[in-house]
Design a protein around this ligand. Structure first.
Ligand code: DVN
Length: 240
C-alpha cells in the first residue's frame, strides 16, 4: 500500500473553520429558520457527518458511510413543494428565498449546512484535510466524500417528493436537460411514480439572450420521454 501524502489532490482542501461553519449553520437552521427543529442535536449531526469520511481513504466513501447521518434528518418537504434545479442554482435559490414556501435540497437541513463547503479526510489522521481534497473530475475519484454525500441526499430528497414536483432548467444552454447531471441521473430516476404524478419543468433563459422555446427542443423532449416512461405526466413552460 502506498500512502498518499495529504498534499496530492487537485481540489481545494476542506473549507477553513469547517466545524465552526457546520455548527453555526446547523444552529441557524434549527433555531431560527425552522424552529420546529429546535430540539435537533447539532453536535450529534456533525459527529455523524464527520464519521462518514474521517480517517478514511477519501476516494472510497460509500453511501452506507452516510446512513447514520441520513437517519438524523427526518423532516420531509410537503407535497407539491419540491424544486429541483440543474445549471440554475442561483436563480432557483433566489426563487425559493423570495417565495418562502417551496424548497430546494439546499433549503433542507443537510443541504443548507453543506452548501458550497468542501470536505475530506485522510487515512493517516482523524482531522479533516485542509491542504487539498480529491477533485471529482480531475482526480478520477467519483467516490469522494462530497460527491457521495450529494448523491445520497439528492436521492433521499427525490424519493421523498410527492404530488407535482418542479425542476428549473437553464434554457440558455444547448442541453438544458443533461442526463449525467445529478438531476438527470439521480433525482429524476428516484422519483416515486406512485407518489409523484407530475413533473413540471420551468426552462429559464438569460435576460437579453436570444429568445428561444426550449420546451419544444430535443433536450426537453428527452426529459419528457423519460418522465412518460416512468408514468409521470410531464409539463413544460418556457420562462415561467
Ligand atoms: O436538483 C439539484 C439539487 O437537488 C442537487 O443535489 O442536484 C441537483 C443539481 O445538480 P445537477 O443537476 O448536477 O446541477 P449542476 O448545475 O450540473 O451541478 C451543480 C453543482 O454540483 C456544480 O457546481 C457541479 O460542479 P462543477 O460541474 O461546476 O464542477 C457540482 N457537481 C455536479 N455533479 C457533481 C458535482 N460535484 C461533485 N460531484 C459530482 N458528481
Amino acid at each position: 500500500v502506498r500512502w498518499r501524502s495529504p498534499l496530492e489532490w487537485n481540489g481545494e482542501g476542506t473549507t477553513k473553520h469547517f466545524s465552526e461553519i457546520f455548527l453555526g449553520r446547523c444552529f441557524v437552521y434549527t433555531q431560527i429558520i425552522r424552529p420546529e427543529l429546535r430540539n435537533k442535536d447539532c453536535t450529534q449531526i456533525m459527529a455523524a457527518f464527520k464519521g462518514a469520511f474521517i480517517s478514511k481513504n477519501p476516494c472510497s466513501i460509500t453511501k452506507e458511510d452516510y446512513q447514520p447521518l441520513i437517519q438524523l434528518d427526518t423532516k420531509a418537504v410537503p407535497c407539491n413543494k419540491t424544486l429541483f434545479w440543474s445549471k440554475s442554482k442561483d436563480l432557483a435559490h433566489q426563487y425559493t428565498w423570495v417565495h418562502g414556501n417551496i424548497f430546494t435540497l439546499e433549503d433542507t437541513l443537510l443541504g443548507y449546512i453543506a452548501d458550497d463547503l468542501t470536505w475530506c479526510g485522510d487515512p493517516s489522521t482523524s482531522e479533516v484535510n485542509e491542504q487539498s481534497c480529491p477533485h471529482w473530475k480531475k482526480d478520477n475519484c467519483p467516490n469522494n466524500a462530497a460527491s457521495v454525500f450529494w448523491k445520497v441526499v439528492s436521492q433521499k430528497f427525490a424519493e421523498a417528493a410527492c404530488g407535482v414536483v418542479q425542476v428549473m432548467l437553464n434554457g440558455s444552454l444547448s442541453e438544458p436537460f443533461y442526463r449525467n447531471s445529478t438531476f438527470g441521473s439521480v433525482e429524476l430516476l428516484n422519483l416515486n411514480p406512485r407518489k409523484v404524478h407530475t413533473l413540471q419543468a420551468w426552462v429559464m433563459h438569460d435576460i437579453g439572450g436570444a429568445t428561444s422555446n426550449s420546451c419544444s427542443g430535443s433536450s426537453l423532449n428527452e426529459l419528457k420521454l423519460i418522465a412518460m416512461s416512468r408514468n409521470i405526466t410531464f409539463v413544460c413552460q418556457d420562462n415561467y
